[in-house]
Ligand binder design. Structure first.
Ligand code: DX5
Ligand code: ZN
Length: 218
């Protein structure tokens, strides 16, 4: 089986001690970077200038999650900065396949995300256009919310479809992932786990990453 990936979300980091908080997640797989525009979601974080500095500072590759309208206008810039992975929302994209191809051409992994209420069936035919599919397990916009188990059938369907097609696409979950919920998502087929409060809220951040990885593997 594939080793589970743990991607701490720096939304839960201390924004004015970002360098130190990035250093604390050096043993994790990717630093998850939540870009919010106050249009696609009712919250605002940071843009390319900040992400460029995070890219220059992070000990691990970046997993950028764009919660923005008009991803066509912004997503390529994050790939050009050097983000290893750039994920945009299906609900916001006018031509998801074209955008994914652009991101791959620039050299980043291409990801597509769906909100809890968005069906995933339309992705089955185009699975191979993406390197990862993010099934949101909370309504996007804020950290610290409760995991929504009703999103698990979508993950199961994607995992079954990926198996059937021999696809190597990564299946990511984001929102409310903790010691108490990560096994549920892993059992449903997730292999890549975003965790904000569960990592940065822990006394020992490195131990929290290791524990989550072990639970996801079990
Ligand atoms: C929410 C963001 C998440 C958030 C997760 O819209 O996409 O990445 O940081 O935070 P937790 O793990 O605290 O639910
Ligand atoms: Zn996120």
């Amino acid at each position: 089986p594939r080793a589970p990936r743990i991607n701490p979300s720096i939304l839960a980091a201390d924004f004015v001690n970002m360098q130190a908080d990035l250093a604390r997640i050096a043993t994790a797989d990717f630093a998850h970077v939540d870009v919010m525009d106050n249009h696609f979601v009712p919250n605002l974080t940071f843009g390319p200038q900040m992400v460029e500095r995070i890219q220059a500072t992070s000990p691990i590759p970046l997993d950028v999650h764009l919660m923005i309208t008009e991803p066509e206008r912004w997503a390529p810039e994050y790939a050009e900065i050097g983000a290893a992975s750039v994920t945009f929302h299906l609900e916001a994209a006018s031509d998801p396949v074209a955008l994914a191809r652009r991101l791959r051409d620039i050299g980043s992994r291409a990801g597509i995300a769906v909100k809890p209420a968005t069906p995933v069936d339309s992705l089955f035919e185009i699975l191979d256009e993406f390197d990862q599919i993010l099934v949101m397990t909370v309504e996007p916009g804020f950290g610290g919310q409760s995991f929504m188990p009703e999103t698990m059938p979508k993950l199961e369907a994607l995992a079954a479809e990926a198996r059937r097609r021999g696809s190597r696409v990564w299946l990511q979950v984001d929102g409310g992932i903790s010691d108490r919920t990560i096994e549920i998502a892993a059992a449903a087929g997730a292999d890549t786990f975003v965790a904000g409060s569960a990592v940065y809220g822990a006394d020992d951040v490195e131990a929290a990453v290791t524990r989550l990885r072990d639970l996801a593997r079990a």
